[in-house]
Design a protein around this ligand. Structure first.
Ligand SMILES: Nc1ncnc2c1ncn2[C@@H]1O[C@H](COP(=O)(O)OP(=O)(O)O)[C@@H](O)[C@H]1O
Ligand SMILES: [Mg+2]
Length: 281
C-alpha cells in the first residue's frame, strides 16, 4: 500500500482529495502606456493575489464579469505567460520554475480549450493533424499512429470519422468546439482549462458541449477549470466555484453553497443577472 493507500481513487488510479492544481498568491501587472513622457509608468493590476486549490475529480468554475481577470488567470495556469509574483503548482510542480524542456513534458497534463474554436484551429490543416498535434509535439509517433489516435478522440467527442480529412471551415461552431476538445484530450490531460469555451455557441449547442464535457469528466477523470461569465453554465459542470471581481477572488466554495446562499454582495449581483437559473440540489 502506497502513501495514499486506503483512500478512494479515481478511475485513473490517483487518490481523490489531493490538489491537482494549486495557485498561490498570484499577481499579474500589465504596464500601461504612459499618459505623457514625464508621467510615472502606470500599471494595471489584472490579478491582485489569487489563491485557489482544485482537487482532482472536482471541477472548478471561475465566474466574474468581463475584465475581472479570468483569462489572465487561465493564461498563467497554462504557463502561456509568467506571473508578476506567486506560484502555479500542478500536482506539486511549480510550472513557472520548470526548465523549458520540463515544462514541455509537463504540458501533457494540462490542456486548454478557448472561446473561439475557429481561431484556435489551423484552417489549412486537416482535422486529424490538428487533433494529433499536441501529442505529436511530445513524441515521434508514426503518421499512422497519430491518425489512429486522432480517430479515437474524434469518436470520444461524438464526431464521425469522416471528419479526419476535413478542414475546420466545414464544421459548425459546436462541431469545431468538439474538435478543439478532442485536441485537448489527446495527451490524456489531468486538467483542462476551458476559457469561455461555450460562450460563443447557441444555447442548445452549449448544452450539448457541456454534456460532452461532463461525460469526459466522468469517463476519463478529467478535471476542468471552467471559466465563464455565466453562472448557470458553470453550475452544470462544476462542483466548486470561485467568484472573481477586480483581480481578486471574492467568494468561493461548493457551487450549491455559493450560488444557493451567496455571502458576497457581488455574487448576488451576478446571480440577479440570471433570474431563471436553477441551482442544482
Ligand atoms: N496583455 C494585456 N495587456 C494589458 N492589459 C491586459 C492584458 N491582458 C489583460 N489585460 C487587462 O487585465 C484585466 C483583466 O483582463 P482579463 O483577464 O482578460 O479579464 P476577463 O477574462 O475576466 O474578462 C483587464 O482590465 C484587461 O484590460
Ligand atoms: Mg476573458
Amino acid at each position: 500500500m502506497g502513501p495514499l493507500g486506503g483512500q478512494r481513487t479515481t478511475r485513473s488510479g490517483e487518490a481523490w482529495g489531493h490538489h491537482l492544481l494549486e495557485v498561490r498568491n498570484l499577481t499579474r501587472d500589465y504596464a500601461l502606456p504612459r499618459e505623457s513622457l514625464l508621467a510615472p509608468p502606470a500599471v494595471l493590476q489584472a490579478l491582485k493575489g489569487v489563491s485557489l486549490q482544485v482537487t482532482a475529480g472536482r471541477s472548478m468554475g471561475i465566474v466574474g464579469e468581463s475584465g475581472s481577470g479570468k483569462s489572465t488567470l487561465a493564461r498563467l495556469v497554462m504557463a502561456l505567460e509568467r506571473p508578476t509574483s506567486g506560484q502555479v503548482l500542478l500536482e506539486g510542480r511549480d510550472l513557472h520554475a520548470l526548465a523549458p524542456a520540463e515544462l514541455r513534458r509537463a504540458r501533457r497534463d494540462f490542456q486548454m480549450v478557448f472561446q473561439d474554436p475557429y481561431g484556435s484551429l489551423d484552417p489549412r490543416r486537416p482535422v486529424w493533424r490538428t487533433v494529433a498535434e499536441p501529442a505529436a509535439a511530445l513524441e515521434h509517433a508514426s503518421r499512422a499512429l497519430q491518425r489512429e489516435r486522432a480517430a479515437a478522440m474524434l469518436t470520444a467527442v461524438g464526431l464521425r470519422l469522416d471528419a479526419l480529412d476535413k478542414y475546420p471551415h466545414e464544421f459548425s461552431g459546436g462541431q469545431r468546439q468538439r474538435i478543439a476538445i478532442a485536441r485537448a484530450l489527446i495527451t490524456q490531460p489531468r486538467l483542462i482549462v476551458a476559457d469561455e469555451a461555450v460562450s460563443a455557441l447557441d444555447v442548445s449547442v452549449q448544452a450539448q458541449v457541456l454534456n460532452l464535457m461532463a461525460d469526459l469528466r466522468d469517463a476519463h477523470g478529467v478535471t476542468f477549470l471552467f471559466i465563464s461569465h455565466d453562472l448557470a453554465v458553470v453550475s452544470h459542470l462544476c462542483q466548486d466555484v470561485a467568484v472573481m471581481q477586480g483581480g481578486r477572488i471574492v467568494e468561493h466554495g461548493p457551487v450549491r453553497q455559493v450560488l444557493g446562499a451567496p455571502s458576497h454582495p457581488y455574487t448576488r449581483t451576478l446571480l440577479a443577472a440570471v433570474p431563471e437559473m436553477v441551482v442544482p440540489a
